[in-house]
Design a binder for this molecule. Structure first.
Ligand code: GLU
Length: 471
């Protein structure tokens, strides 16, 4: 059975790249009817913060991503790591070191290969280093020359065959002097204990993989398969950064992107299924595979995400949109309306959903309709109202009178009444419709005038028209 995991470190907000790793793991598990697990990697006690863990849960919840077994929390497993550290020490595959070291070797700019000075000191405290093997049993993951290990080889499921020269590695630190395990150590213990079959993660971890493979071999654990995912890039070809676009998942929720749209966009960013752009989640589960994950970094394209988002918005039912507005954007949204009831709000959402790109925009537009406009677009007033103001006033008053006799305040009847008046007064429909739009919403950009009017109470429409006429 396939078992994968997402293993975030709660040291910052959840980044788009991390979210894509979660999604790929989740789809891979669901496609193969395997298990998707969650592990919080919080052994760096200084940098790990509960609010970041909360943000991870809330982003996964927003995405509708569920995990199949209780969450594994590394800070609760200290004694487990301890046992395995002791095992390596006893087997002389690791040793204590009291050199002043920069532990975060991956990011250290003055990185130098450690000179192994403590290897034979037989210290009994300090940081713990893994002893790079010299005479390693020959197997398919190591190349040897005259019995000496020279390189570590593995086949990445995205990048293909990868080889690391052993002389690029050093006796890396696996536990800090305070006993807390380092990432490369804890990840191997946990992936083994959790019986992970496939490690699918960002390319930035590629250089950790040989160290992890060495640990798997030192413990005689079965090594999982590895798949590293290319980075998400900015337009400058470098890792997407805050300078270019929001990188925190939470920001997209607040800006009115739909979880499904972001999910769809992120999957396509780095994976393809022919030319198809829009997928249902079930389709993604059915089609997803690692074979079609691209090897090169993908450039984040906000315009395309926004296009995907507007496509989803169009296809959502108004009730779904309303639920999302209340859940994700504004709990009190409905209480802010004075004029419209829920059914009218739903009708307005339906009418406007194809005209917007993000949910925030839709929520704002519909809420704004609730109040009579305070100002009118001046250029449009000059064009549609000012030139024949007195005739227009007469025509609008006539229209109001005609509306008194309408059997039904419905879109077809309203449209009929508008057309009739246009014929009588030799007007084109926009000559009448645009002034009405201005009266109703302050500008002329709106969906079908009759459909819009029909959602408003007749009395409110009349009041807004009279307000314009008197202005
Ligand atoms: N905790 C690591 C991170 O957040 C991921 C480790 C892994 O997937 O192996 O980048």
């Amino acid at each position: 059975m396939i078992r994968v995991r997402y293993a975030p470190s709660p040291t910052g907000s959840l980044h788009l790249g991390s979210l894509r790793s979660v999604i790929f793991n989740w789809l891979f598990a669901r496609h193969h009817q395997g298990k998707f697990l969650l592990r919080i990697e919080d052994t760096d006690l200084e940098r790990s913060k509960p609010e970041h863990t909360k943000a991870i849960y809330s982003a996964l919840d927003w995405m509708g991503i569920t995990w199949d077994e209780p969450v594994v929390i590394q800070s609760e497993r200290t004694s487990l790591y301890q046992q395995y550290l002791v095992k390596l020490l006893i087997e002389k595959k690791a040793y204590y070191c009291n050199c002043p070291v920069q532990l975060d070797l991956a990011t250290a700019t003055d990185y130098r290969i450690y000179d192994r000075i403590c290897r034979n000191k037989n210290l009994t405290s300090g940081a713990i280093r893994f002893k790079l093997p010299e005479n390693f049993a020959q197997n398919n993951q190591v190349s040897t020359s005259a019995n000496n290990l020279t390189s570590i080889n593995f086949t990445d499921l995205v990048y293909g065959p990868i080889s690391f020269e052993l002389n690029q590695l050093d006796d890396f630190v696996i536990a800090r002097a305070d006993g807390t395990p380092m990432y490369n150590f804890a990840v191997v213990i946990d992936d083994h204990e959790m019986a992970i079959t496939h490690v699918i993660r960002g390319e930035e971890h590629l250089s950790n993989t040989p160290k992890q493979i060495l640990l798997y071999q030192a413990f005689n654990f079965k090594t999982p398969e590895f798949a590293h995912l290319p980075l998400i890039l900015g337009r400058d070809g470098r890792k997407l950064s805050k300078r270019e676009a929001a990188v925190a998942v939470e920001d997209y929720r607040l800006k009115g992107y739909l979880a499904e749209a972001l999910f769809n966009y992120l999957v396509r960013l780095g994976w393809s299924h022919g030319d198809q752009e829009i997928f249902t989640r079930l389709e993604l589960i059915e089609f997803f595979d690692l074979d079609h994950v691209g090897k090169s970094g993908s450039i984040f394209d906000l315009d395309k995400l926004t296009w995907v988002n507007s496509t989803y918005l169009k296809n959502y039912a108004a009730q779904q949109l309303l639920d999302l507005i209340v859940r994700d954007l504004d709990q009190d949204y409905l209480t802010k309306f004075q004029l419209f009831q829920a059914t009218q709000i739903l009708a307005l959402l339906e009418l406007y959903k194809a005209r917007v790109k993000v949910l925030t925009e839709l929520a704002e537009i519909v809420l704004a309709l609730d109040q009579a406009p305070v100002t009118y677009n001046q250029a449009e007033l000059d064009k549609w109202v000012a030139p024949n103001f007195s005739e227009l006033k007469t025509q609008l008053n006539q229209l109001i009178l005609n509306w008194e006799n309408l059997a039904n305040w419905s879109a077809p009847e309203i449209l009929n009444s508008l057309k009739q008046l246009c014929v009588q007064a030799s007007l084109n429909l926009p000559d009448l419709a645009h002034p009405i739009r201005l009266a109703l919403i302050g500008h002329t950009a709106s969906p079908s005038i009759a459909e819009l009017l029909a959602i408003f109470p007749k009395s409110e429409v009349i009041a807004r028209i009279q307000k314009l006429i008197k202005s």
